[in-house]
Design a protein around this ligand. Structure first.
Ligand SMILES: C[S@@+](CC[C@H](N)C(=O)[O-])C[C@H]1O[C@@H](n2cnc3c(N)ncnc32)[C@H](O)[C@@H]1O
Length: 226
């Protein structure tokens, strides 16, 4: 967990993010980390999926776990509704516990969720950990291109750095790797939408939708596995 290239930065909604100087990119939208996470992943992904296919359990795969903001908001959402959440985050470069504390994200989630998260991190980077009655978290410390799993997922949160900074994350091979265990009818969401991404997802057997984007972005991509 060498985080020497990383610094904490403020975003427009008052929530913080992290800047990676080696990549030249922020972990979240400068227009608002919290707004982006709530809009793209929780509302347009998790809430959409559960409206489409109501269930008392959901398995989520996230590409680029980072600070865990998407996880924390999803855990609160599921806890409130007594939905069992099985969450797997792929992360090549896990953050130090100190860096997580510096995000200030404890202000945006239930105290019990934050305490449980800090309590299981970084053990969760080694194996799946239980967090209360409804939630399990595994942060798979691996590069996306080495990721394998025997699980079936209902939802993929694709939160890689932008293609201009990290094009290798957006190739057909990378997208195939993180969606191969997504069930039929499962949902893939990401904050971006490009012609290449739409073509790739169609080629991988998805129907695609343009959804309204988070503040600062007109549109985002949601794709459903056929
Ligand atoms: C845009 S940030 C993710 C932000 C994160 N979802 C959050 O809420 O903090 C991209 C993440 O992908 C991770 N990453 C970069 N290259 C990777 C790779 N090849 N495999 C897995 N993770 C990678 C970075 O370390 C970073 O945490």
């Amino acid at each position: 967990m060498n985080n020497s290239n990383l610094t904490v930065a403020e975003t427009a909604d008052g929530s913080k993010t992290i800047y990676n100087a080696a990549v030249g990119e922020f972990y979240h939208s400068r227009h608002g980390a919290l707004q982006e996470s709530k809009h793209v992943f929780v509302k347009s992904g998790l809430e959409y999926l559960l409206q489409k296919d109501p269930s008392d359990s959901v398995a989520i795969l996230e590409v680029g776990f980072g600070t865990g903001l998407n996880f924390l908001l999803s855990a609160d959402f599921c806890n409130e509704r007594r939905i069992t959440l099985d969450y797997t985050g792929i992360e090549g470069y896990p953050l130090s516990p100190e860096m997580l504390q510096d995000t200030g994200y404890d202000a945006f989630v239930e105290p019990a969720t934050w305490q449980a998260f800090i309590g299981v991190y970084p053990q969760a980077t080694l194996s799946a950990q239980s967090m209360g009655d409804y939630c399990r978290l595994h942060i798979d410390h691996t590069l996306l291109n080495d990721f394998t799993s025997t699980k079936t997922f209902d939802l993929v949160y694709f939160d890689a750095f932008a293609a201009i900074h990290q094009p290798e994350m957006w190739t057909d091979a990378s997208l195939e790797r993180c969606t191969r265990n997504l069930r039929q009818g499962g949902v893939f969401v990401t904050y971006a939408i490009t012609g290449n991404l739409k073509r790739s997802m169609k080629g991988l057997g998805f129907s695609i939708e343009k959804a309204p984007g988070a503040p600062g972005k007109r549109e985002m991509l949601r794709a459903i596995k056929l």
